[in-house]
Design a protein around this ligand. Structure first.
Ligand code: F6R
Length: 607
């Protein structure tokens, strides 16, 4: 995830900015840069790659004057591959900006500015904001910012400098976080307090609709119309070490909490006028109408997201979907041919089996769509079409937010396939899309109180083995829940279709065997309950994950994890949070190395 820093004071700022950027390295990034006031101009130095190998190496070769104000950025590519030109700060010599977030209507802004004679060098959405600020700038930065923000849709945190307003930083935000640090005769901006902790613990949280202006005299806050506002100073209590994880004990927990924002960032750029829109990658409604078969291929959690996709597409679009594990697909001479769509799912975009499955599909003449998190990765480069999931970097080996955004995309895909094939009308497609856009709020509700997950974990952490069961979409979800638990807690677990238990697996149940039941689908609820009764009567300790409003008989379930109310269709994307947190707290209670489970690597680039 990108990181912003800024400094203004009396000291030389270059090393302060670079050190602050280093503190944000934990967020993950692929390039870094700074822009500083140097004499009468803005000097920008930026480079792809690690700070030490790219930016710092470049700075050593550049004559740097004594500058006391500047902005800096670590970029995690979303729009445009990692490269020097796509790195931030971005500007035109008169205005320079650093940006976190995604500008949803950047294409419209770009078209407008192009018609006004502006040219664009980078592939970023950020450049449209820099040029828009320049377009509106007539001497008053506040006026330019106010006008530009009226035009911009999406999530952003921005640090802005204007050449004609030397040693001043302007900061604004909406949805992406930004703090303003107060030092002794110096001021800072940063994406989080980690970046500035070695200088000051005192900071303000910038809120939506507020502008901070920082200069040598101090910090001044106004609303969008320039009216001064008073803000409360906060004091950070974190030490530098814990702040690297944004205050969370593990990256996994931090990434679980990032899911509402990550899902928003995946969905919002792909919804236009209330309907799914994949025109960014050339996946048109015409193509989706014509494909003979749809395959979804990936490994581990990525493949599990495909299982959810299969249920959704088959149910809504009445179109068969084949989901496969990449390592199986590539060696079984799959029945893929021209006229088919193969959706290749991968967080890293580097998984060896998945990459080979992609190459095989292309060789057989199919259209390939990569659903990938890492921009410019091998799978993204190789595929015919790419959708970036915009989850930001996932550092914990165990996938959480990357899975959630893959699933979020599967919903949009299912709606678009169904709509393009006339299985749902425009009104229904809009209704479903609006429902999906409301899911991040429900995910947030599951994150507001950890006590239920901790309690369940305290009841199962001593188990040797357990089962996850569910029907329909809950069955697809259980696969992911089971994988999370075994991966990080080392407890053996298996996911099973609830109705299939009686054909063999139920013999594993003995007194005290934990069984985690996903029961979010109303039409299947009673059926699932009857499976629950049969495991309970054989001694199972049952944990039910279902709507909070569901009245569960104490003879049926031992513990309930309640979910917020939502349409059945959307509950799997919400209830996965409960599965992740049960796995997380179980692993913590067993003393496991949550972020780096034994024998596992984040990116599996070998067969
Ligand atoms: C599980 C997990 C793995 C990955 C799998 C595919 O938590 O992280 O199962 O999902 O290795 O990786 P990508 O998505 O990078 O292809």
């Amino acid at each position: 995830m990108c990181g912003i820093v800024g400094f203004v004071g009396k000291q030389a700022c270059t090393s302060i900015l670079v050190n602050a950027l280093r503190k944000l390295e934990y967020r993950g990034y692929d390039s870094a840069g700074i822009a500083i006031f140097e004499g009468e101009r803005i000097k920008t130095v930026k480079a792809q790659g690690k700070i030490s190998e790219g930016l710092e190496a470049k700075l050593k070769t550049e004559p740097i004057f004594h500058a006391t104000c500047g902005i800096g950025h670590t970029r995690w590519a979303t729009h445009g591959e990692p490269s020097d030109v796509n790195s931030h700060p971005i500007g035109n010599g008169r205005v320079s900006i650093v940006h976190n977030g995604i500008i949803e209507n950047y294409r419209e802004i770009k078209a407008f500015l192009t018609s006004k004679g502006y040219g664009f060098e980078s592939e970023t959405d950020t450049e449209t904001v820099a040029k828009l600020l320049d377009y509106y700038y007539e001497g008053d930065p506040m006026e330019a910012i106010e006008k530009a923000l009226e035009d911009i849709q999406g999530a952003y945190a921005l640090g802005i400098i204007f050449r004609e307003h030397k040693n001043k930083i302007y900061a604004v935000r909406k949805d992406s976080p930004l703090i303003v640090g107060k030092g002794d005769g110096e001021s800072y901006i940063a994406s989080d307090v980690t970046a500035i902790l070695e200088h000051t613990r005192e900071y303000y949280c910038l809120e939506r609709g507020e502008i901070a202006v920082l200069d040598e005299r101090g910090i001044h806050f106004t609303d969008m119309h320039g009216e001064p506002i008073e803000k409360e100073l906060q004091t950070a209590t974190w030490d530098v070490e814990s702040a690297q994880k944004g205050g969370y004990e593990h990256f996994m927990l931090k990434e679980i909490h990032e899911q509402p924002e990550a899902v928003k960032n995946t969905l919002s750029p792909r919804v236009k006028d209330g309907l799914p829109d994949f025109s960014e990658c050339g996946l048109t409604a015409e193509k989706l109408r014509e494909y003979k078969h749809i395959f979804i291929v990936g490994c581990g959690s990525a493949m599990h997201s495909g299982m959810v996709g299969k249920y959704l597409i088959e149910d809504l679009a009445r179109t068969p979907v084949i989901v496969d594990i990449a390592s199986e697909f590539r060696y079984r001479n799959p029945l893929v041919s021209s006229g088919d769509l193969v959706v290749i799912v991968s967080q890293s975009g580097e998984t060896a089996d998945t990459l080979e499955a992609l190459k095989l599909s292309k060789a057989k003449g199919a259209d390939t769509l990569a659903v990938v998190n890492v921009v410019g990765s091998s799978i993204a480069r190789e595929a015919d079409m790419v959708i970036y999931t915009n989850a930001g970097p996932e550092i914990s080996v165990c996938s959480t937010k990357a899975y959630a955004v893959q699933v979020a995309f599967m919903y949009l895909l299912a709606f678009e396939v169904a709509y393009s094939r006339g299985k749902i009308d425009e009104e229904e497609c809009k209704r479903l899309t609006a429902g999906l856009l409301a899911v991040p709020e429900k995910i947030q509700m599951c994150l507001d109180d950890m006590s239920g997950y901790q309690f369940v974990a305290s009841k199962i952490f001593n188990a040797d083995s357990l089962l996850y069961i569910g029907r329909g979409l809950d069955n697809a979800l259980s696969m992911e829940g089971s994988l999370k638990l075994k991966e990080i807690s080392y407890i053996h677990s298996e996911a099973y279709a609830a109705g299939e238990l009686k054909h063999g697996t139920i013999s594993l149940i003995e007194d005290g065997t934990p069984v985690i039941v996903a029961a979010t689908q109303s039409a299947l609820f009673e059926k699932t309950l009857s499976n629950v009764r049969s495991v309970k009567s054989r001694g199972a300790k049952v944990v039910m994950i279902c709507r909070e409003s569901e009245a569960i008989d104490a003879n049926c379930a031992d513990y309930k994890v309640g979910l917020p109310d939502a349409e059945d269709l959307f509950l799997p994307l919400i209830s996965v949070v409960a599965m992740q947190l049960i796995a997380y707290y179980t692993a913590v209670q067993r003393g496991c190395d949550v972020d780096k489970p034994r024998n596992l690597a984040k990116s599996v680039t070998v067969e």
